[in-house]
Design a protein around this ligand. Structure first.
Ligand code: GDP
Length: 426
């Protein structure tokens, strides 16, 4: 059972679209064994790197590591269930005005998003916003769950119109797959069993689709990455580097590059609380010992030497602004990426991304980002950092900005490009 594939998904909808009914009825109809029944998981109390017990839990809490440390995940409820084909982790994000913040957290770890649509209302601005945010945070697969079909007389025409509208809108968002399914969550139609009322629908039920949908395990095939969370030195004979593997895998004997310094060295051991591993894989918290006494500390990134992360102090990035006080260019914020923290300044916001279309609009020099707005910006960092473009690795390419006075998380960021300023920092 442990090697059943995992699907992480997020449910998005407006209040009353039927999110709770959908999940509740799905589990009920799927007749899950008691062990596999939904379990709410504690998300706030633990930090990865300090627990070695539960792999599902570790998988659950990855993504935007820095953000978790900052403690902004409060409003996202994660639930776990399993069928005989697959394990599932659902992130349920409330629909109130802080939804972008919650969705950012939920989406950044999700493989797939279920977008709930009320059949009577069709594709709403809210549906478009949810789609854009999911696309931006790297969710590649979408299910449009057209709910409350009973209230439109199970009409195929109504359904077809919604399918067409969504495809037309989503053209720019480049999802890898889109599946639209007509539902009556309340009665269970097309959740687990095919609907008697909608014989015209020839696709799988929602659960059958979720069990079968192929999502690429990007983390696992990514080049090796491990942000060093702490130096583990229980006694003089042992010096290990602990952290969460954020891409690829690592074995004793492998060469790793320590970034940003760029020194290469060999891995001696890969250790967990249960002993030595033959191989550590993405999603695991491990401690790595190195063959040489070499300079390496919290905030460094252990990286594959063949496909190393990039190092620089200039970032081109997308920013999602999370607070009422608008972004101030030229002001010093703290940037946290992986386990590294450095002062940073936003030099310029070049464009704002219109959240209902996903398209960028250029901004004038004095313009900036307001609450819940997304833009493309240039940042200068006080020290160099090692990171990846977000599209290549959501862990090592995602960051947050923190207000240095209030200590509040003011933005979530996604690295697009990394470069080094001419003032070289060693
Ligand atoms: P949430 O706010 O998105 O979690 O929505 P709920 O699951 O609480 O559902 C909101 C209301 O819609 C409740 O009164 C449900 O009984 C009702 N509802 C949910 N699904 C359906 C459906 O398929 N058909 C009809 N007619 N009502 C539904």
């Amino acid at each position: 059972a442990a090697d059943k594939p995992l699907l992480r998904f997020i449910t998005c909808g407006s209040v009353d679209d039927g999110k709770s009914t959908l999940i509740g009825r799905l589990l009920y109809d799927a007749n899950l064994a008691p062990d596999d029944l939904i379990a709410a998981l504690e998300t706030d109390s633990k930090k990865h790197g300090t627990q070695g017990d539960d792999l599902d839990f570790a998988l659950l809490v990855d993504g935007l590591a820095a953000e978790r440390e900052q403690g902004i995940t409060i409003d996202v409820a994660y639930r776990y269930f399993a069928t005989d084909k697959r394990k599932f982790i659902v992130a349920d994000t409330p629909g109130h005005e802080q939804y972008t913040r919650n969705m950012a957290v939920g989406s950044s770890t999700a493989d797939l998003a279920i977008l709930l649509v009320d059949a009577r209302k069709g594709i709403l601005p809210q549906t478009r916003r949810h789609s854009v945010i999911n696309s931006m945070f790297g969710v590649r697969h979408v299910v449009v769950a057209v709910n409350k079909m009973d209230l439109v007389g199970y009409s195929e025409d109504v359904f077809r119109k919604i399918v067409a509208d969504f495809h037309e809108f989503a053209k720019n968002l480049h999802f890898a797959s889109i599946y639209v399914v007509p539902l009556v969550a309340k009665d269970g139609d097309n959740l687990v069993h095919a609907s008697q009322h909608m014989p015209w629908h020839d696709g799988p039920s929602l659960l059958a689709y979720l069990e079968g949908v192929a999502v690429e395990d990007v983390m696992r095939i990514a080049p090796f990455r491990m942000p060093v969370q702490w130096v583990n030195r229980p006694n003089l004979d042992f010096r290990g580097f602990s952290g969460f593997i954020s891409g690829g895998n690592i074995r004793p004997g492998d060469i790793v590059r320590i970034l940003p310094s760029g020194r290469d060295t060999r891995v001696s051991r890969v250790v967990t609380y249960d002993g030595d591993l033959e191989s550590g894989v993405s999603g695991q918290s491990v401690t790595i010992t190195l063959a040489e006494e070499i300079d390496c500390s919290r905030g460094d990134l252990l990286s594959s030497p063949v496909s190393p992360a990039q190092v620089g102090d200039r970032l081109e990035a997308k920013l999602l602004w999370l607070v009422r006080e608008p972004l101030t260019t030229g002001k010093s914020y703290l940037l946290k990426i992986g386990t590294k923290t450095t002062p940073a300044v936003v030099n310029l916001v070049q464009s704002r991304i219109e959240i209902e279309t996903g398209l960028a609009t250029p901004l004038g020099a004095e313009e900036t980002l307001a609450f819940n707005e997304i833009g493309e910006a240039q940042l200068s960092l006080e020290t160099v950092v090692a990171c990846d473009p977000y599209v290549e690795n959501r862990e090592t390419g995602g960051f947050i900005l923190i207000d240095r006075i209030t200590n509040e998380t003011v933005a979530v960021g996604m690295v697009k490009e990394v470069s080094a300023s001419s003032r070289r920092v060693a």
